[in-house]
Design a protein around this ligand. Structure first.
Ligand code: RIB
Ligand code: CA
Length: 321
């Protein structure tokens, strides 16, 4: 059993990661915290409630809202990829009787901020709690800056973010989660707790296609599968039109997949730094993944390969079950 906290800018692939984690008996999701990224944090919290509302959960994780804006940079979002509501526009979908097809679950929102929720739970579970940030690292960095002694007791950070040997997805140099708050990412990578990274180099190896989703729906057409089909539609169209990719990348679900099946992944140790000053290279993660001997003591384990088909089969066996 792994005890985790998911920090998310819940957009389309984040929602798949949240479903995946909550359907996995091997993971104990203590809390889900939201942060501005794909869309503004208030919409992220609404999206989290919509996602939870599709699951008929007996027990809910603590949910807590986080930072509206990056540490110093102006907020940038990726609504053009995830839809104006961050979930492919489904928040406005109506059932034949005129009611919302995907209503928000009326679950309590913690009165405590995401940053304080993170430090409180690390304090409660020292050397045990694993943080799984799948959006900009603003909440995590603020927790480190506010409570460094407590945050040193984080067991591990498994994050989706960064890019090394392929083009970025915001600029050619940078991946969105790091680009959106490079100062926060620099704090996290310099802090000294164990980090495992899922950069675009590995997440681009796993594409969820419409055909695969339809095939899984034929296996068992559950409400969850319908949510997956509806919420991913716009994102898939975006990738097809913009990148010629017939589907969407499983960015954030891979972070959950690593926690559950680390043997599906090849990992290298590297010393990773974040560019915060470059006009053209803001948010670039810099590290040599091919060094025989790292120039400095590694500060991260970087996932560079994944068995995509084994991962997708495991994901659907878990989510469709
Ligand atoms: O670059 C991909 C990442 O940015 C994913 O986490 C996606 O949800 C967006 O946050
Ligand atoms: Ca995300």
């Amino acid at each position: 059993m792994k005890r985790i906290l998911i920090d998310t800018d819940i957009g389309v692939d984040d929602a798949l990661a949240v479903l995946f984690a909550l359907k996995s008996p091997e993971l104990l999701v203590e809390a889900i915290t939201t942060v501005s990224g794909n869309v503004h944090v208030e919409q992220c919290t609404r999206n989290l409630r919509i996602t939870l509302g599709c699951m008929n959960l007996e027990e809910l994780p603590l949910i807590s809202q986080g930072e509206e804006a990056p540490l110093t940079m102006p907020l940038v979002t990726s609504a053009h990829v995830h839809g104006s509501d961050g979930l492919g526009g489904i928040s406005g979908d109506l059932a034949p009787d005129g009611t919302r097809l995907y209503p928000e679950l009326e679950c309590p929102l913690s009165p405590i901020s995401a940053v304080d929720t993170i430090t409180d739970l690390v304090n409660r579970y020292p050397d045990e709690l694993i943080l799984v940030p799948v959006g900009p690292l603003t909440n995590i960095a603020k927790a480190m800056l506010n409570s460094p002694a407590v945050m040193r007791r984080v067991r591990e950070i498994v994050l989706m973010g960064g890019v090394f040997e392929i083009y970025g997805n915001v600029t050619t140099q940078a991946e969105f989660n790091i680009y959106a708050d490079p100062q926060a990412a620099q704090v996290v990578f310099n802090f000294g707790v164990p980090i495992t990274m899922m950069p675009l180099d590995v997440t681009h190896q796993v594409v969820l296609t419409r055909e695969r989703l339809d095939a899984e729906a034929n296996r068992r057409n559950t409400r969850l599968i319908q949510f997956l089909r509806d919420s991913t539609q716009a994102c898939m169209v975006y990738h097809q039109e913009r990148e010629g990719v017939k589907g969407l990348y499983m960015h954030d679900p891979l972070a959950i997949g690593y926690l559950l099946q680390p043997d599906y992944f090849d990992v290298v140790d590297a010393y990773v730094q974040v560019e915060t000053l470059g006009d053209l290279t803001q948010g670039r993660t810099v590290g040599n993944l091919r060094a025989q001997r790292a120039s400095r003591a590694p500060n991260a384990r970087v996932c560079v390969e994944v068995d995509a088909e084994r991962f997708l089969r495991f994901f659907f066996d878990c989510v469709v079950s």
